[in-house]
Design a protein around this ligand. Structure first.
Ligand SMILES: Nc1ncnc2c1ncn2[C@@H]1O[C@H](COP(=O)(O)OP(=O)(O)OP(=O)(O)O)[C@@H](O)[C@H]1O
Ligand SMILES: [Mg+2]
Length: 248
């Protein structure tokens, strides 16, 4: 199962990604949790203390696998071993940090992008494990080639017009890229009124679930003490629903 998580800044992508990773681990899956947001903190939320170097900064590995800047380089290097060797295991979850895709305007950084793209391909196509990609609002790590390997994109939003607009923009990008299934999760929902607002904006089929606002999550985060009970239960419920839908 390959799951991408996206949404506007601060909506709860990382919190939910970490919780999904733990849920799937507890269900017996081998889990890869991937930080694919250039300034994300998934490591911290998973309880990882050490600083993890982003893959995009592994200059020697990139030079070895892809080739050097300015010379011929491989568009499709074999990187399955990099995924093994450079992931860090915490509480039974394998963690990798991608680092940012280089923009074309910052010069020719093609080897780095080719490397990251191969890592993504390896993650979504070459393995049977569950892969959770914490993506940020930009989904540039998902190229036309790799989007097809994502089984489901979960777009997180809050009950606000701006967050819904971002959610729909991401949806369009993901659809254009070829992601097959896209669902929305509303997070930090505080009232009946917010629930009604969300139900007007999404069809029943689009909206996978509504996660209530939890003061406990704001105060403690989920890093040190594991998930809050509330989030654990909500994620289990959402996945049970997904499973049901897929079996139909
Ligand atoms: N259901 C919730 N209720 C209350 N607070 C929440 C809830 N879900 C997440 N939060 C809190 O919201 C804050 C932002 O969460 P998180 O870092 O997961 O968002 P994000 O979308 O990954 O942000 P960023 O765009 O910065 O990566 C955190 O303090 C988190 O504890
Ligand atoms: Mg985040």
């Amino acid at each position: 199962m390959k799951i991408a998580v996206s949404g506007k800044g601060g909506v709860g992508k990382t919190t939910i990604s970490a919780s999904i990773a733990r849920h799937l681990r507890d269900q017996g899956y081998q889990v890869y949790a991937i930080d694919a947001d250039p300034d994300a903190n998934l490591a911290q939320v998973l309880g990882i203390k050490e600083k993890v170097k982003p893959l995009v900064e592994l200059e020697d590995v990139i030079a070895e696998k892809v080739g050097k800047k300015g010379s011929f380089y491989s568009l499709n290097p074999e990187v399955d071993d990099v995924v093994e060797d450079y992931s860090l295991v915490q509480d039974g979850i394998r963690f990798l940090r991608m680092g940012g895709i280089k923009k074309a305007s910052s010069g020719c950084y093609c080897p780095e992008n080719s490397f990251l793209n191969s890592i993504m391909r390896s993650l979504v196509f070459s393995r049977d494990e569950a892969v959770i990609l914490d993506m940020g609002a930009g989904i540039e790590h998902l190229t036309r080639g790799t989007s097809a390997g994502v089984d489901i994109m979960l777009i997180i939003c809050e009950a606000s017009q701006v967050s819904l607009e971002t959610a729909r923009t991401i949806e369009n990008l993901a659809r254009e890229g070829g992601v097959k299934t896209i669902k929305f999760i509303a997070n930090k929902v505080r009232s009946e009124k917010e629930q009604e607002f969300l139900k007007r904006k999404f069809t029943d089929d689009e909206l996978l679930g509504i996660i209530p606002y939890s003061e406990e999550l704001v105060l403690q985060g989920i890093s040190e003490n594991g998930d809050s009970g509330l989030l654990t239960a909500e994620i289990a419920r959402l996945f049970a629903k997904l499973k049901l839908e897929n079996n139909q």
